[in-house]
Design a protein around this ligand. Structure first.
Ligand code: AMP
Length: 497
């Protein structure tokens, strides 16, 4: 079945052809006719399924009739991150190029003045992150009385990031008589409750079961010594034929350190996380897309939805704390039927996170020995899951010749970062993956730069209690010499102080 059967007009079909699409994806085939009928949609679909076009194409169609009034957008799309919002805005350019549709992108980290000027002219589509949208509304720069279509995209991500109160508030400001399209990659009970609240008699469309990893992604688990992770990663990169890769870290502080380490090793690396100015984030992402940067060290801000075609590798420098983030991270590769390779570096401390991931994806991640890297003890296999860990590690891929500039040098090894052993601090030490990806929930702290609010403090800058990780200094293992028992040598603690 082609696009011409879905009820789209000539101008839009022409844009679809220009985009190079011939066959609608399952979500497009199901959602487009329903959206065109004006019905609410509850879509359970991950990025990579063609979800964006499933709502943008019919919206372009419906909005091509009529005109927007000043400051009164006719439709509103809420996205959890600035990058996703920008990507959706590009889709409107692509699919609306043969129409006179106008749009505004309202995200934090960009000039309010420019955004206000565009709004003043009147826009058909407003694509926004929730915090910045409410800021502009409170300043009286946006009137929401004319919004006929509301899209809530990546609802589970919004929930994770603490944006749902903002989304609820925004929904309360919109006219009751409207069409709502609600998309989420997963449908936990809280998301379903929200959907029930926002939607009226929706058509439910589910295109892929949640938490599946693409069959085109080859996954590997590399057990590494926590003190030599950066070296292990460099060895791994050198031994793989990496065209371009995202390297995910849990903590922003580690992103900076690793980025510098890779650069010093002569590798072409950039970095991306929520504390960088938006202009820098956009610039880095564009350079990565153009292939000017080949390695992108990133937080989970890059895990969802980013559409980088032909990404050869994903490296999890840290095992994600939230198992579902693993699915999103490795889903950046192996897209559109292409082959992708995903490697996760795990230390002996990461056992419980690896276990949670293996439970979620329903299979063990096969172990892989990085040529030349220090190996940690293997985590125990997860009960009831096919024991790939029992298989011998995959033979190392043939080593690619390293150019002189790429050769990891001993002095580049990062200084050892002791890790916390205390469970309570452990979570707090990891950067909240649900961090400052877009803008903040209203309840969170204000960002100094853009007046945005953040849902929670980034966990990597909180107080950290440090332990020795899995390293036990040799002197602690030696038997203690007998203590001389002279009366002088015994000093009460209080006195000593
Ligand atoms: P999305 O799930 O919206 O992030 O889309 C993932 C990728 O699929 C994007 O690069 C789209 O350009 C591409 N895409 C969307 N629809 C189609 C289609 N019908 N045929 C081929 N590619 C598509």
């Amino acid at each position: 079945m082609g696009f011409e059967t879905l009820g789209l007009s000539e101008a839009i079909l022409k844009a679809v052809v220009d985009a190079g699409y011939t066959i609608p994806t399952p979500i497009q085939e199901q959602a487009i006719p329903i959206v065109l009928q004006g019905r609410d949609v509850l879509g359970c679909a991950q990025t990579g399924t063609g979800k964006t076009a499933s709502f943008t194409l019919p919206m372009v169609e419906m909005l091509s009739q009529g005109r927007a009034k000043a400051r009164m957008p006719r439709s509103l799309i809420l996205e959890p991150t600035r990058e996703l919002a920008a990507q959706v805005a590009e889709s409107f350019d692509k699919y609306g190029k043969h129409t006179k549709l106008t749009k505004a992108l309202i995200i934090g980290g960009t000039s309010m003045g420019d955004q206000e000027t565009v709004l003043d002219r009147g826009v058909d589509v407003l694509i926004a992150t929730p915090g910045r949208m409410l800021d502009l509304f409170e300043r009286g720069r946006i009137l929401l009385a004319d919004v006929k279509i509301l899209v809530i995209d990546e609802a589970d991500r919004m929930l994770d990031m603490g944006f749902i109160p903002d989304v609820e508030r925004i929904a309360g400001l919109l006219p009751q008589m409207r069409q709502t399209l609600f998309f989420s990659a997963t449908m936990p009970p809280e998301i379903r409750r929200l959907a029930d609240k926002f939607l009226s008699n929706p058509k439910e469309i589910s295109v892929s079961p949640p938490a599946t990893t693409a069959a085109t992604v080859t996954q590997h688990l590399c057990l590494v010594d926590s003190r030599a992770k950066a070296d292990a990663l460099k060895e791994l990169i050198a031994s793989e034929d990496v065209k371009n890769a995202i390297i995910f870290c849990n903590r922003k502080r580690d992103i900076g350190t690793l980025h510098r380490t890779l650069q010093r090793a002569g590798l072409n690396a950039g970095c991306l996380h929520g504390d960088l100015p938006q202009s820098k984030r956009t610039e880095t992402l564009d350079a990565f897309r153009r292939g000017e940067i080949t390695l992108l060290v990133a937080s989970d801000v890059a895990a969802r939805g980013l559409d980088i075609s032909d990404l050869s590798h994903v490296f999890n420098y840290d095992v994600p704390i939230h198992a579902e983030d693993y699915v999103h991270r490795i889903g950046r590769t192996g897209r559109a039927g292409r082959e992708g390779r995903a490697f996760t570096l795990a230390t002996s401390e990461d056992r419980k996170y690896v276990t949670a991931i293996e439970r979620l994806v329903g299979k063990a991640i096969p172990p892989y020995a990085i040529p030349g890297a220090a190996v940690a003890a293997a985590p125990a296999p997860v009960e009831g899951i096919a024991d790939a860990a029992a298989e011998p590690p995959a033979p190392p891929a043939p080593r690619r010749e390293r150019s002189r500039g790429e050769r990891p040098r001993r002095e580049d090894r990062p200084r050892r970062e002791p890790r916390s052993d205390a469970p309570a601090q452990e979570a707090a030490q990891h950067e909240a993956p649900r961090e400052s990806a877009g803008d903040g929930g209203r309840g969170g702290r204000r960002d100094e730069r853009g007046g945005e609010r953040r849902p929670q403090r980034d966990r990597d800058d909180g107080p950290a209690v440090r332990g020795l990780g899995d390293h036990v200094p040799a002197f602690l293992l030696r038997p203690a010499p007998p203590v001389p028992q002279s009366a002088d040598s015994i000093v009460p603690e209080a006195e000593a102080a």
